[in-house]
Every structure is written in C-alpha cells, then in structure tokens.
Design a binder for this molecule. Sequence first.
Ligand code: OFO
Length: 173
Amino acid sequence: MISPIISTSLNQQVQLEAESSQIYLAMASWAEVEGYNGIADFLFRHSDEERIHMLKLIKFINERGGHGIIPALSQPDQKYKGIRSLFEQVLNHEIHVSEEINKLVDICLKEKDYTTHNFLQWYVSEQIEEEALARRVIDKLKLIGDDKGGLYLFDRDIVNIDVSLKSEKGGRN
Ligand code: OFO
C-alpha cells in the first residue's frame, strides 16, 4: 500500500505525463499544418508514448491501493517559431520531466518505499533516452542551419533517428 505522500507525488507525475502528451500533440498538429509530415508523425508518436507513461503510473497507483487521479490539463502553445526552437522546447521539457522523476525517486528513498522506487527506475532510463533523442535531433538541426533543402530531407528522414536510437537502446515504449 502506498502512503499518501507517495500517492500525491505519483499523481503529480500523472499530470506531468498527461501535459507532456498534450504539448507534443499540439506540436504535432502545428507541424502537420505547416507541411512537415515526418516531424508531425514523430511528434504524434511521442504524444502517444507520453500517454502510455501516464497510464502506467495510473495502473501502478491503483494496484498499490491508491487512486490514480485524472487531471485537468492546461492548453499548450498552438504555434511555434520554427522547427529548431520547437525541438529545443522538447529538450527543455524533457529535462524538466527528468528533474521531477529524480525528485520522486528521492521521496521514495526518504519514505523507504522501495517498491515504488523500483517501479520508477523504468522512468529514469526512459528519460535518459528521451533527452538523448531530443539532443540528437537538435544536433542534426544545427548542421542543417537555414538550408531549406536540408530541412526537407530532415523531415523525410526523422523516422530513422528514432529507429536508430531504439535499436541502439534495445527498444523504447
Ligand atoms: Fe518524456 O516524459 Fe514521459 O516519462
């Protein structure tokens, strides 16, 4: 059975994962409207992944005798200055998520909740991958600079960045 403090903290993370899903969904929709179909697909997939992260938390809280609370969500930005700044926003957001996961891990240790601590290790590894992926995308965009042709090819090939990271790491959820 999880303690009230663990339950509250996990539910805060449910909200953050749900907000992440919404943010990437808004980014995906913007990218699609702007004609970047490859980038849009990449972001739609990431939005789905964040929803899975949220569901995993809800199920865990409920299994451990708590109550997974479905949060109200704030509306994300609908417009973005450009592809590079969009991915810089992705990276900053993922860094923020990692910090919040680390705080949760810390709370588990203080509360001596080793079961939840163990459960959270999946999120710790996931965040390493998500940050690496965002950094990899930004590195490519730095190389491309203002070259429109380069951006066209990037939009076509972004699927491979995701796939190559997945195969290096042995699969992502
Ligand atoms: Fe990308 O954040 Fe979930 O864990």
